[in-house]
Design a protein around this ligand. Sequence first.
Ligand code: ADP
Ligand code: MG
Length: 553
Amino acid sequence: EQTAESHVFEADVARLLHMMVHSVYSDRNVFLRELISNAADACEKLRYEAIEKPSFLGADAEGRITLTLDEENRQLVVEDNGIGMSRDEMIEALGTIARSGTRAFLERIEASKAAEGAQLIGQFGVGFYSCFMVAERVDVISHRAGSQEAWIWASDGKGSYSVSPANLAEVPSRGTRIVLHLMEDAKQYTSRWTVERIVKEQSGHVPVAIRVVEKPGSEPVQITDGSALWTKSKSEVTKEEYADFYRGVSGQYDEPALTVHFRAEGRHEYTALAFIPGTQPFDMLDPERKGRMKLYAKRVFITDDAELLPRYLRFVRGLVDTADLPLNVSREMIQESPILMAIRKGVTSRIITAIEKLSESDAEAFLKFWENFGAVLKEGIYDDLERRAQLMALARFRTSTSGEGYRSLAEYVKDIKEGQNAIYYLAGSSLDQLKASPQLEGFLARGIEVLFLTDSVDSFWAMNAPEFEGKAFKSITQGAADLAQFPKLDRQATQEPETGTMAKFLAFTKQTLADHIADVRASDRLTESAVCLVAPEDGYDRQMEKILRNAGR
Ligand code: ADP
Ligand code: MG
């Protein structure tokens, strides 16, 4: 008999566990959704691996999740016949946090107040470790498909866990059994009524059937049928069902802001079910900019790494299921497949159309969407030339005249001054800083609207976007301002300097600062301030210079 080896949790896991157990997150029911979602993932991974190795399925081909309730021993057992975990996989998956951006995210949670923390952790998706909100001890017994060994992982969630070999005769032929030794105040999770209600509410549409065994030894009763929601027609699905499915597929606990569900027929056949989240996913600003749409082929999960959408739609969650891809397509081949290109194009169009419709039908909901995802969507203005005009039309801005509201470029152009043929912008890192900018003075005095661009992506597209409705974009921190033709709103006579004085002063300044500046000129740009810095006409504007300098160029 081998003894158990003891391991300590990685530091981030310990922090996450600490936060969770100390009730930062109050909705404890979600542990069940997390365990069921992992069990369903495991069944889907098995189906995928079994395409190459059919022996993995054996006679037991149908994915299954079984919840066994044991009131007497205060235990809840969640079992699946999925892919299972090897010893090393267990140590990796249940002792560390692999997701990128986790550390930064934990820091945000710790810095926030309790209530915000709860919301944040909800967005993060609490994962496997959430079972320690209800269990004082957890045993994970797992048997990897195709392996001759099985292992037991056990922990009280307080800093360490143990791993020991299991007796093959006592474990399922494949898959994972998770035994929760429930805390005294969590014994309701052995009540069939409670568990059934939570499962139907939270996990009614996971694509693997779920069964309940009311007490050890009794017959299993199926409570959800594992039929894939996306295969139903739109009219058969309720809003609640969509929301439930969204939470499962996104790992978020909010409501979707937008649901796009359609079936494409004709040259390519596929079904797409995509959601725009109601709040920002925690990894949205991850530098990898990866999307997380899942690809299925005939209801078999293939990968969530197929780049089914352009990067500027990486906040979208959901899936595409196609009948056109062969099941044995390799994950590498998928990227280059023309079928996938067609799907990508089709789904992107439908999502952008849905956003456009939202902007027309519900201004408030649209602005909320914009506040969450505008900064990402704007990347498409320089990434996706084909849709540039559409994306520019969707964009909303704070401007020198917008007050607390937002303006579209169409509105800007509609109210443009007679003779003004540029869309002026001022880029920087914060709204307050921009509003105090001396470069703005001359524009304010003349009532000329200036876009305030505060997202770092802005400098890139503004420099590259040639025009909107025939008007070029022009940074007000660059080149000459040419404002003389526009009258000031408040026509106070300004005292013009005597002839020659200005020229002399400019020559003097230029000479004195010769090592630091390229030119000096009198400007209409200023009304209050004496001087400001501007960038030369050709080249980068001031914000872009800063960005490039920070990037070390
Ligand atoms: P996520 O599901 O987002 O990856 P979790 O914390 O929920 O994060 O799970 C961590 C990992 O543990 C999973 O990615 C998976 O590798 C492994 N895992 C958890 N539960 C199971 C299970 N029932 N069967 C197989 N692997 C599992
Ligand atoms: Mg999970």
